[in-house]
Design a protein around this ligand. Structure first.
Ligand SMILES: Nc1ncnc2c1ncn2[C@@H]1O[C@H](COP(=O)(O)OP(=O)(O)OP(=O)(O)O)[C@@H](O)[C@H]1O
Ligand SMILES: [Mg+2]
Length: 121
């Protein structure tokens, strides 16, 4: 889907990682859930939205859950902060005892990371 929209291989990999981490969280922390992928549009761009929803236990402290290294399952605690860094927009809503919804957006990069790097010699 990402390739069809026109994302390059690097962005495609970023999208794959985001999907993987959100699915892992659905399975590990919420006992399952739903993942929805959709195309989103502005006047001149097509992007992708990834939404993970569950009816799991919810997250008590969202700020803490977004911190590098924080995990309630003795794991790396790298999933959510990593997804936030890889995507262009990140929204999380969670209610304890009700569930969690994470929605992220990615727009095609105008330049690859390599092209935007400058050498200081
Ligand atoms: N869908 C969810 N439902 C309930 N709690 C969640 C959910 N997703 C994340 N969390 C909570 O947020 C914490 C941080 O999530 P994150 O993905 O960053 O780390 P992790 O899943 O514990 O470890 P890693 O993803 O690095 O293996 C989790 O440990 C868990 O407490
Ligand atoms: Mg995780």
């Amino acid at each position: 889907m990402a390739a069809r929209i026109g994302f390059n291989a690097i962005d495609g990999t970023r999208i794959e990682i985001a999907i993987l981490e959100l699915c892992r969280n659905l399975i590990v922390h919420a006992g399952g859930g739903e993942l929805i992928l959709e195309q989103v549009h502005t006047d001149n761009e097509i992007g992708i939205a990834i939404e993970a929803c569950d009816n799991g236990p919810g997250i008590e402290d969202i700020d803490l859950a977004l911190r590098d290294g924080y995990s309630t399952k003795h794991s790396l605690g790298a999933g959510l902060p990593g997804v936030k860094r890889l995507m262009d927009a990140f929204t999380i809503e969670s209610t304890v005892g009700v569930g969690t919804r994470v929605r992220v957006l990615k727009w095609p990069s105008r330049q690859s990371t390599y092209h935007s790097m400058k050498a200081h010699l």
